[in-house]
Design a protein around this ligand. Structure first.
Ligand SMILES: [Zn+2]
Length: 128
């Protein structure tokens, strides 16, 4: 088990680096997009593109939010490796199947709680 966790820690650390770089790149290109869109004098030139630009900005924001969430999950998993709570389901406290951790090192819930959560989320969505 110690070897598995060491292996997962390395994968999580690599994921964290990769996600941080992707997020930084995306933020930089997002800023460039906003700046090119708001620059005076370019408005006329870019008028035809403005609808595309807006949806590109929205996509970029959604992707950033998604990356940020992934990064938080990875950070959290690394903290849990440090404090010894890694590999335990945050909902029911049961050990998470090592195969599941290998597939998703940042998993917070065991497979049955995850399935339950997805059912709940769908339920919440339907009740809205
Ligand atoms: Zn559970």
């Amino acid at each position: 088990m110690a070897n598995l966790y060491e292996n997962l820690r390395q994968r999580l650390a690599q994921d964290r680096e990769r996600l941080r770089q992707e997020l930084a790149q995306m933020k930089a290109s997002h800023v460039a997009m906003v700046e090119s869109g708001s620059r005076e004098g370019s408005a006329g030139e870019h008028l035809a593109d403005s609808a595309t630009d807006t949806s590109e900005l929205e996509t970029s924001l959604a992707l950033q939010a998604n990356l940020h969430k992934l990064l938080e999950d990875v950070d959290r998993a690394l903290r849990k490796l440090d404090d010894g709570s890694y590999g335990t389901c945050e909902s029911c406290g049961q050990p998470i199947n090592p195969e599941r951790l290998e597939a998703i090192p940042s998993a917070k819930l065991c497979i049955s709680c995850k399935a339950q959560q997805e059912r709940d989320e769908r339920g919440t969505y339907l009740r809205r």
